[in-house]
Ligand binder design. Structure first.
Ligand code: CTP
Ligand code: MG
Length: 549
């Protein structure tokens, strides 16, 4: 079961989604599975995308039993998987065995009659189940039997963690509570597939793929849905031209830059999403950003969506993070823990500004794991050296080549525990020479900083870019101070002794409001935090139409 709780900072609204029931079969072992049980990134993507194309999203009347709805739907074909969740009412996802069943469902669906309003006659796989007969009195509670909520509030999480018997268990428990569930990932792919249907009105061969934390293995329930409109199959880049004879080519409009093409495509698709997309609200076109995007909320799923185009490098960086996360279970555990810790202390924020981003933090954890002795994960250069011919990938002059086959990657045997690693992580960044060094996961070693940004994290593929260009000195100093404090706390016997709950201990102690900062001056800190927040907001408003932070 899941609960996605997400604050929509742009609309000032929050959407909650609770998965209520799932009575489906367990997923079968798939042909996409690799020899060692781990699927390649592309195999996972392709499988999920295909599942989504066979799926339909329904809003359901709360007083109709799920069984009745399922029985009704299964007249169109076998349902392979289904689940329901709450988000402004009840919703259900049904994945059919065959795509034909979806066509049959759509054929049998009625056009809504609206007495006061007019409807946009755009048909999609987002439907409403209407109960024309009497409500099922037996099942009035159907939307009430909430199973455990998944994005539990921080206070509740802390109570849960305090009951654990070791710090390693606390870390694992936190990861389990926060990570995306199978249903949530399915819903993400379904939303992409629904949007694809809108974009396909102009570009029938396009696909819309999720990237970022939805697919890189580090997504937390409620994280945004980053999407990428892929027009590669249309671009004709891969077509071999004959050396002689005749050739037909399309006449196409020309513009002066790739960027201008991306902007105009996103502008048109953005308008379609805004005017025709059922459930899509608050559409904003942010076309002057470094990476132009269309931002909106998809109400039925509760996802905040960022749609980009021509963003293949970001797709490669999602794949890279996925690989690192799959190499050793400690990677994901540590990333989830550090992200949660950072959020609890306001080091990261949902508002764009001078804060460290989750993506930057993830890269910092990866770098730390490369610096262990022996290293827990290999450098990106090493992964590039292991690549086969099929892995070769150059995007706009940037070498994005790295191995995709897990069985080729040999790891060194590092036996450090999660507890040790967490403590060492804080120690590592409490004493890191940020003034001189740049964090570089390609080399797996700190490099001399090429520019004077307070925090320099080299973008692994666009190597001239700094992933954390936005971070200011104040934010970096706060991060370092909190690393120092947490590292100190993790060396105190008091912190290390399990209490059996509910009194905080271990990891929970680290999530409590900072002690050191509290002693300094609470009043001053409050003022600083507020002015920082306001500054951040102003910056974000100013930059909104120029740059995506
Ligand atoms: N990205 C990047 N450089 C940045 C910011 C983002 O390359 N400075 C890419 C990364 O691949 C990242 C993706 O864009 O994963 C999406 O960015 P964002 O939504 O900011 O980060 P997520 O990793 O999705 O994390 P979150 O859960 O906070 O959304
Ligand atoms: Mg994201």
């Amino acid at each position: 079961t899941t609960c996605l709780q997400r604050v929509d900072t742009f609309l000032g609204r929050s959407f909650g989604t609770n998965v209520v029931a799932d009575q489906s079969e367990t997923p079968r072992k798939d042909e996409a599975e690799e020899k060692d049980g781990r699927k390649s990134f592309y195999a996972v993507q392709a499988e999920r995308q295909e599942q989504a194309e066979r799926s339909v999203l329904f809003s359901c009347p709360s007083r109709t039993s799920e069984r009745k709805i399922l029985k009704y739907l299964s007249r169109h074909g076998e349902i392979k998987k289904h689940f329901s969740y709450e988000s402004y009412g009840m919703y259900a996802v049904a994945e059919f065995e065959n795509r034909e069943s979806v066509d049959s469902i759509l054929e049998g669906a009625a056009i809504p009659t609206a007495s006061h309003e007019s409807t946009v006659p755009f048909k999609s796989r987002l439907l409403s189940v209407r109960n024309l007969g009497p409500a099922d009195s037996s099942n009035q509670q159907s939307s009430k039997h909430d199973q455990s909520q998944t994005t539990i509030p921080i206070n509740e999480l802390m109570k849960r963690l305090s009951r654990e018997g070791s710090i390693a268990q606390q870390i694992t428990s936190l990861t389990e509570a926060y990570q995306l569930t199978d249903e949530n990932i399915r819903l993400r792919f379904l939303v992409c597939s629904l949007l694809r249907d809108i974009a396909a009105a102009y570009f029938p061969e396009c696909t819309i793929k999720p990237f970022g934390s939805s697919v890189n293995g580090f997504g937390k329930l409620g994280c945004d849905l980053d999407m990428f409109l892929d027009l590669d199959s249309i671009s004709g880049r891969n077509i071999k031209t004959p050396k002689s004879g005749l050739l037909l080519e399309y006449q196409m409009k020309r513009t002066n830059s790739e960027r201008a093409v991306t902007q105009s495509i996103l502008s048109v698709i953005g308008t379609c999403v805004d005017q025709f997309g059922p459930g899509c609200v608050g559409v904003q076109k942010i076309l002057n950003a470094r990476c132009p995007l269309v931002r909106f909320a998809h109400q039925p799923s509760g996802f905040q969506c960022d749609l980009t185009a021509n963003n293949r490098v970001a797709m490669k960086s999602s794949e890279l993070l996925y690989i690192y996360g799959q190499l050793d279970p400690r990677v994901r555990c540590l990333v989830f823990t550090v992200r949660c810790w950072a959020r609890a202390h306001g080091i990261t924020s949902s508002i764009p500004g001078a804060w460290i981003s989750n993506f930057s933090l993830t890269v910092m954890v990866l770098f730390f794991l490369q610096r262990r002795n022996p290293p827990i994960i290999p450098t990106l250069d090493h992964l590039r050296d292991l690549a086969g011919p099929a892995d070769k990938c150059v995007i706009e002059g940037n070498d994005c080549t790295f191995v995709s086959d897990f069985s080729k990657i040999q790891l060194q045997s590092n036996t450090e525990t999660l507890e040790q690693l967490l403590c060492e992580f804080f120690e590592f960044y409490a004493t890191f020479t940020f003034t001189k060094s740049s964090i570089n996961i390609r080399k797996g070693k700190e490099q001399n900083k090429p520019e004077v940004a307070p925090l320099h994290i080299q973008n692994p593929f666009e190597t001239s870019l700094n992933v954390s260009k936005n971070v200011n000195v104040t934010q970096l100093e706060r991060f370092v101070a909190l690393c120092q404090e947490s590292s100190w706390l993790l060396q105190q016997t008091e912190t290390l002794t399990p209490t059996g709950g509910p009194t905080p201990w271990g990891l929970t102690t680290l999530l409590l409001p900072s002690q050191i900062a509290g002693i300094k001056s609470r009043k001053k800190r409050g003022r600083e935090a507020a002015s920082e927040r306001i500054k951040g907001l102003l910056e974000s408003l100013k930059n909104k139409n120029q740059q995506k932070s």
